[in-house]
Design a protein around this ligand. Structure first.
Ligand SMILES: NC(=O)C1=CN([C@@H]2O[C@H](COP(=O)(O)OP(=O)(O)OC[C@H]3O[C@@H](n4cnc5c(N)ncnc54)[C@H](OP(=O)(O)O)[C@@H]3O)[C@@H](O)[C@H]2O)C=CC1
Ligand SMILES: O=C([O-])CC(=O)C(=O)O
Length: 266
């Protein structure tokens, strides 16, 4: 299998290092023209070719493409890839909190007879969430706790002094859509929950910076007429990027390992 990759940061580079466990034999990675990714990359289980434009990525004829480059990359690349018939695994699920982009992605997949696949990423329990939401009336409250450095460069900096925290501080309380859009590098899990049935507007979200946090904690409570459950995930941050849990890479790896192309009906 030939894997296309968009982005070669903490997720992309870690993923490539683990592809020996999958059927992938070749990778073409789309990086920005000035990226140092080709220099950073050292030979791993599968060969990686670096390209710097979408046309080059498409010309390489990947069997499936994984986006792991951020919300802007989803907007730029997912619609044309889907429209031209490529299945795309979208790591930056929170990009779909932009309702117009969500529609555009859905339409492109329809027109291209392709699929966009949303990995569970750093969260879990989405199967039960989906089942309960389909039955109606779910209420979901999510809380994300990360160390201060994971929130650097985010709007949290306008609310708290991340370098001077001596106790946990909840710097955001709001709905899922606002969280996913304002914290594009931290709240993709919120979007995954919302799209699994919690609902962007309906779900309640709290984001916390905790100086004692060793890794990233995602916890949520679900109330439905049929079931109540609480899930707490305590994950290790990525070596090069504290805000991204290693579980995200493992989740995308599973999507790749179990990927089946759609069989043509002709
Ligand atoms: N679903 C989930 O649970 C999770 C989802 N994510 C999503 O995955 C994304 C990537 O995470 P992570 O790897 O940790 O982030 P990093 O910042 O480590 O890496 C992102 C990489 O993408 C590259 N990039 C950005 N824009 C483009 C573009 N237009 N074309 C090509 N490359 C581009 C960056 O390149 P450069 O160095 O040139 O800027 C960078 O190397 C996050 O932004 C987030 O949206 C992350 C964690 C969990
Ligand atoms: O990796 C994580 O812990 C979650 C994350 O950053 C996100 O949802 O964007």
């Amino acid at each position: 299998m030939h894997l296309g990759l968009i982005g070669f940061g903490s997720i992309g580079s870690a993923l490539v290092g683990m592809l020996g466990q999958t059927q992938v034999t070749q990778v073409t990675a789309l990086v920005r023209p000035a990226s140092d990714a080709p220099q950073r990359h050292s030979a791993g289980p599968v060969p990686v070719a670096f390209v710097s434009s979408l046309d080059e990525l498409i010309a390489a004829r990947p069997d499936i493409v994984v986006e792991c480059a951020g919300h802007a990359a989803v907007a730029a690349y997912a619609p044309p890839l889907l429209q031209s018939g490529h299945d795309v695994i979208i790591a930056s699920v929170g990009a779909l909190a932009d309702a117009a982009l969500q529609k555009q992605v859905e339409r492109a997949a329809g027109a291209g007879k392709s699929r966009f696949i949303l990995p569970s990423g750093a969260i879990g329990g989405l199967d039960l969430m989906r089942a309960l939401a389909a039955a109606g009336d779910v209420d979901v409250a999510y809380r994300g706790i990360k160390p201060p450095k994971a929130w650097q460069g985010s709007p949290a900096e306008q609310v708290v002094d991340l370098n001077a925290l001596s106790r946990p501080v909840t710097f955001f309380s709001g709905n899922g859509r606002d969280a996913a859009l304002a914290y594009p590098k931290n709240a993709n899990v919120v979007a995954a929950l919302a799209l699994a049935g919690a609902g962007f507007e309906q779900m309640r979200v709290e984001l916390v910076a905790d100086p004692a946090a060793q890794g990233n904690q995602h916890s949520y409570q679900v109330h439905s007429p049929f079931c109540k459950y609480t899930m707490t995930i305590e994950a290790t941050g990525s070596p090069g990027n504290a805000r991204t849990s290693v579980t995200t890479v493992l989740s995308i790896l599973q999507e790749i390992a179990t990927y089946q192309p759609i069989q043509s009906s002709t």
